[in-house]
Design a protein around this ligand. Structure first.
Ligand SMILES: C[S@@+](CC[C@H](N)C(=O)[O-])C[C@H]1O[C@@H](n2cnc3c(N)ncnc32)[C@H](O)[C@@H]1O
Ligand SMILES: Nc1nc2[nH]cc(C(=O)O)c2c(=O)[nH]1
Ligand code: SF4
Ligand SMILES: [Mg+2]
Length: 221
């Protein structure tokens, strides 16, 4: 059984499918504690959740009629039975599955899926998150051109570190690379100036769209 803290339809506010309708499944609990986390509430021990089987989750998704599915949290890939859920959803060729994951979970087993493989938006947690020591750089090799490595930027130190990693692991040759400011805190102009100064042609800068449309603290959107 999965602990689901919320499920809803919205437009995806992040990633490759930003602006498109998506059905979201948010799981309880995370193995990290990022300084900037906007869903800390979902990681509390006493959070309210609904227990759902993988079949319940599939039925809910189908009842919405929405094609894009985002599994998020919390950390979706620490949920017991998550591989079976992903396989069930992937068997439905109509669905396009996307998984938001935090960079600390080994993606090898997931990346090997053959049919209708999900796309992974893998965060690399930078210095200002306080969680960089948990990052698995081996994960970079399991990502392809359908996936994303996302750097959430808090400050200039994060920008320098992101650039170092992009160059060292040739990330833009392998996958899509996004910069996203810590919402309401990072200086967005600094990020764009940094991109200009370093001629970062292959990076996509992105703001979380749902936080512009709705109150940034609103749930279920
Ligand atoms: C809440 S996390 C859940 C999935 C997974 N635990 C992870 O970190 O990727 C979803 C996305 O929101 C991003 N995020 C969380 N707090 C944020 C903030 N304050 N500003 C910008 N992005 C944020 C995360 O970096 C991640 O890309
Ligand atoms: N609209 C909307 N789009 C999102 N894309 C990724 C989200 C997440 O929390 O993982 C998210 C979210 O919480 N809301
Ligand atoms: S990994 Fe994701 S859910 Fe966990 S604390 Fe960090 S941003 Fe929040
Ligand atoms: Mg969110």
């Amino acid at each position: 059984m999965f602990k689901v803290v919320e499920k809803f339809v919205s437009i995806n506010g992040e990633g490759l499918r930003s602006g498109q309708l998506a059905v979201f499944i948010r799981f309880a609990g995370c193995n990290l504690d990022c300084s900037f986390c906007d869903t800390k509430w979902a990681n509390q021990t006493h959070v309210d959740f609904e227990l759902m089987t993988k079949e319940d989750i599939y039925e809910y998704i189908k009842s919405t009629g929405v094609k894009n599915v985002t599994l998020t949290g919390g950390e979706p890939l620490i949920q017991e039975g998550i591989l079976e859920l992903i396989e069930l959803l992937s068997n439905d060729e109509y669905l396009s599955i996307e998984i938001e994951t935090n960079g600390s979970i080994d993606l090898k087993v997931f990346s090997k899926m053959q049919n209708n493989r999900p796309i992974f938006t893998m965060d690399y947690k930078l210095i200002s998150s306080d969680m960089e020591y948990k990052m698995l750089v081996d994960n970079f090799k399991y990502l392809n051109k359908n996936d994303v490595v996302k750097f959430v930027i808090g400050d200039i130190e994060d920008l320098n570190r992101a650039k170092y990693l992009i160059d060292k692991y040739k990330l833009t040759d392998k996958t899509n690379v996004y910069f996203s400011p810590v919402f309401g805190e990072a200086d967005m102009n600094d990020i764009v100036e940094f991109m200009k100064k370093n001629n970062m042609n292959e990076i996509t800068f992105q703001i979380q769209l749902h936080k512009v449309i709705w109150n940034p603290n609103k749930r279920g959107v």
